[in-house]
Design a protein around this ligand. Structure first.
Ligand code: ATP
Ligand code: MG
Length: 569
C-alpha cells in the first residue's frame, strides 16, 4: 500500500494576490538593501511530541518564505531536553514536514550537533567573568529570582573566581555532582525588569541518555542558551518564532553579543495559531494520548499533522489554510470551519466519487433477472474528465441506505417512497411496490420495479423520479467498516481560562459502523487516497486498522458543515 497524498501539494494553493505580510516585507527589504544576499530560515521543533496544526503554520511560513525568496530553510531539532525527547518524535516530525510538501536544506540538523561548541562558549563566558556555578537549589533559586514587581537578589555564589568556576564546571561535566546540586548561570542583572535576564541558568546537570549523543553528556545547555547560538552557527538570517519569545530576545542578544559567534541572527515574532474546538498544547495532546482519550498521536480526531493525514486531510488543504490565515502579530482564534472549508474545497475538486451504503437496506428489483449482471460505466468526477471512469455491477438485489426509504413522506423527502419513483445514481429509475417488515415492524426489504429504458433517460411515461440515491450491488460489493468522526471537543474553547479541557470532550466524537457496503471498485483503494462517497462525505482508507479482509474507511469530513445542527430533511 502506498501513500497517495503528497501529490498536488502546490496545485491548489491560492494564487498570491494578497499583499506581502510583515515578514515577507522585512525579507524583501533586507534583500533589496543588500543586508543579506540569501536568506536562511529554520523550523526548530523540540522532538518532545508530534506536530500539530499550529506547527503547520510555522512550517509553511519558514519553508514558504525560503522558497519564495530563493533562500534555504533548515530543519533543526532543538534537542536540549533528552528526558522528554525521543527518536519516534524525531521521525514523525520529519515525515510530517515532507508530507506537507517541503524539503529542508541539506541534512537534518540537531542542536546536539553543537554541544561541543556550546560547551566551549560556556567556558568562554566563565573566562570573561560572565558566568558562574551556582549551588542554590531550585526552590532557593525561585526565592532569589524576585517577581515581576520586585527585583531579585544576587546568588551568594555569584562572586566565585574564574578559576573556581572553571574547576566546578569541569566537575559538573565529569559527572561528579548529583542532578540539581548546582548549575551554570549567566551573570547578567538580578534587578532587570526582564526576568529572563536575572542570571538565567545556561547549563544543568541531567544524567540522562540522549537520543543523539548517547551518554556523552551529563550536562545540557538550556533551550535559551542553545537556541540563538544554534541559529548563529547555521547562519540563520531570519529567526522566526512565536510571540512568547519576544521577552527572550534581550537574552538571546546578550549571548550573541558576548560570544565569538560566526553570525548575528535577527529574531522576528509572529502570533501563534489558535483554533477553536481544539487544544494545541503539546502537553495536553500528550495527556489525551497517555490517558487513552484517543488512540495515539495520529488518532484521526487529533489536531496533529499525522492525525489529520490519517483522517484524510490533504497537504494542499493545510497549505491553503495556512495561506489564508496569514501572518500577523495579533493574537486571535481561527474558526475550525475555515480549516474544514479548505479540506472540502480541495477534496471536492480532487477526490474521485464512489458509492458506499453505510446502513444497508435490501432492495430487490423484482423485474430484473436473478442471475443477470450488467456492468454500468460511471464518471469518477462530475466535472473532471481527467479522473476517468469506473464500472459498477447492477444486479437483482441491491443495497440502499435505510434512511433513503420511507413508506410515506411529504414532498420535501426526495428519496424512495412506497408507490413513488427514484433514480439509482448512474443506473435506472425504480418504483417501490412493497415494504417487507420483520416481527417488530422494521422494514427489512424493499421490493421495487425497474422502469425500462431509463438508463441515462427520463421515464417514457413522463412520471419523473423524486430524486437520486446511491446504491451498491448486494452480491458484488466490498464489505467494510466506516468510522464517522466528529469534533473532539464540544466546547469552542476547551482550555480557556483555566478550564479542564478533558471535561468538554465530545462523547459522540466517533461512531463505528460495521457491515457497510462499498462499491467493489474500492477494493483497489490505496492508503491515503481520498474519495467522495456520494451523498455521505469524503472518506479515505485508514492506515492503521485496514486489512485486506476488512477495509476501514475514515470519514474525513461531511459534505456540508452540520456541526451542532439537527439533521435536515
Ligand atoms: P513546547 O515548546 O511547549 O514543547 P511548542 O509548541 O513551542 O511546544 P516547538 O517544538 O518548540 O513546540 O515548536 C516548534 C516551532 O513551532 C516553534 O518555532 C514554535 O514557535 C512554532 N509553533 C508552535 N506552536 C505554534 C502555533 N500554535 N502556531 C504557530 N507556530 C507554532
Ligand atoms: Mg517550544
Amino acid at each position: 500500500m502506498s501513500d497517495n497524498h503528497s501529490s498536488n501539494a502546490n496545485e491548489h494553493v491560492e494564487v498570491k494576490t494578497k499583499p506581502l505580510h510583515f515578514i515577507q516585507q522585512i525579507i524583501r527589504k533586507d534583500l533589496e538593501q543588500g543586508i543579506h544576499k540569501n536568506i536562511v530560515t529554520r523550523f526548530p521543533p523540540e522532538p518532545n511530541g508530534y506536530l500539530h496544526i499550529g506547527h503547520a503554520k510555522s512550517i509553511c511560513l519558514n519553508f514558504g518564505v525560503a522558497e519564495e525568496f530563493g533562500g534555504a530553510c533548515n530543519l533543526r531539532f532543538d534537542d536540549t531536553n533528552p528526558e522528554k525527547e525521543n527518536e519516534e518524535f524525531v521521525n514523525s516530525i520529519m515525515e510530517d514536514v515532507k508530507w506537507l510538501g517541503f524539503q529542508w536544506n541539506g541534512e537534518v540538523k540537531y542542536t546536539s550537533d553543537y554541544f561541543d561548541k556550546l560547551y566551549e562558549w560556556a567556558l568562554h563566558l566563565i573566562k570573561s567573568g560572565l558566568a558562574f556555578v551556582c549551588d542554590l537549589n531550585a526552590e532557593q533559586m525561585r526565592e532569589y529570582r524576585g517577581t515581576l514587581v520586585e527585583p531579585g537578589k544576587n546568588s551568594p555564589y555569584r562572586d566565585r573566581s574564574v578559576e573556581e568556576n572553571l574547576a566546578l564546571f569541569e566537575k559538573m561535566r565529569a559527572g561528579e555532582f548529583d542532578e540539581g546540586a548546582c548549575s551554570l548561570r549567566a551573570k547578567i542583572d538580578m534587578a532587570s525588569p526582564n526576568i529572563n535576564l536575572r542570571d538565567p541558568i545556561i547549563y544543568r546537570i541531567k544524567k540522562a541518555h540522549h537520543h543523539q549523543t548517547g551518554n556523552k553528556w551529563c550536562i545540557y545547555p538550556s533551550y535559551d542558551f542553545a537556541h540563538g547560538q544554534s541559529d548563529a552557527i547555521e547562519g540563520i538570517t531570519h529567526s522566526i518564532c512565536t510571540l512568547e519569545f519576544e521577552d527572550h530576545k534581550p537574552l538571546y542578544d546578550w549571548f550573541i553579543q558576548h560570544l565569538p559567534v560566526p553570525a548575528v541572527p535577527r529574531q522576528y515574532e509572529f502570533s501563534r495559531l489558535n483554533i477553536n474546538y481544539a487544544v494545541t498544547s503539546k502537553r495536553k495532546l500528550k495527556q489525551l494520548v497517555d490517558e487513552g482519550y484517543v488512540d495515539g498521536w495520529n488518532d484521526p480526531r487529533m489536531p496533529t499533522i499525522s492525525g489529520m493525514r490519517r483522517r484524510g486531510y490533504t497537504p494542499a488543504a493545510l497549505r491553503n489554510f495556512c495561506e489564508r490565515i496569514g501572518v500577523t502579530r495579533s493574537d486571535g482564534v481561527v474558526d475550525v470551519g475555515m480549516l474544514e472549508f479548505c479540506v472540502r474545497d480541495d477534496l471536492d475538486k480532487n477526490a474521485p466519487r464512489a458509492m458506499c451504503v453505510l446502513r444497508p437496506l435490501k432492495l430487490t428489483i423484482t423485474n430484473y433477472p436473478i442471475d443477470k449482471e450488467e456492468i454500468l460505466t460511471v464518471a469518477n468526477h462530475p466535472n473532471r474528465a481527467d479522473l476517468g471512469e469506473r464500472t459498477i455491477p447492477f444486479t437483482h438485489e441491491l443495497f440502499i441506505e435505510q434512511e433513503d426509504f420511507r413508506e410515506e413522506a411529504n414532498k420535501k423527502y426526495k428519496r424512495l417512497v412506497l408507490g413513488k419513483r427514484v433514480r439509482l445514481r448512474g443506473a435506472y429509475v425504480i418504483e417501490a411496490d412493497e415494504a417487507i417488515k420483520d416481527a417488530a415492524g422494521n422494514v427489512i426489504e424493499v421490493r421495487a420495479r425497474l422502469i425500462e429504458g431509463t438508463l441515462g433517460k427520463d421515464p417514457a411515461d413522463g412520471v419523473k423520479p423524486k430524486g437520486v440515491i446511491h446504491w451498491v450491488s448486494a452480491s458484488r460489493n466490498l464489505n467494510c467498516e466506516v468510522r464517522l468522526y466528529d469534533r473532539l471537543f464540544n466546547d469552542e474553547a476547551p482550555d480557556a481560562g483555566g478550564k479542564n479541557f478533558l471535561e468538554s470532550i465530545n462523547s459522540k466524537n466517533l461512531e463505528i459502523l460495521e457491515g457497510c457496503k462499498a462499491e467493489i471498485s474500492l477494493a483497489d483503494a490505496l492508503i491515503g487516497a481520498s474519495f467522495q462517497f456520494e451523498r455521505q462525505g469524503y472518506f479515505c482508507l485508514d492506515s492503521k486498522y485496514s486489512t485486506a479482509e476488512k477495509p476501514v474507511f475514515n470519514r474525513t469530513i461531511s459534505l456540508k458543515d452540520s456541526f451542532g445542527k439537527e439533521e435536515q430533511e
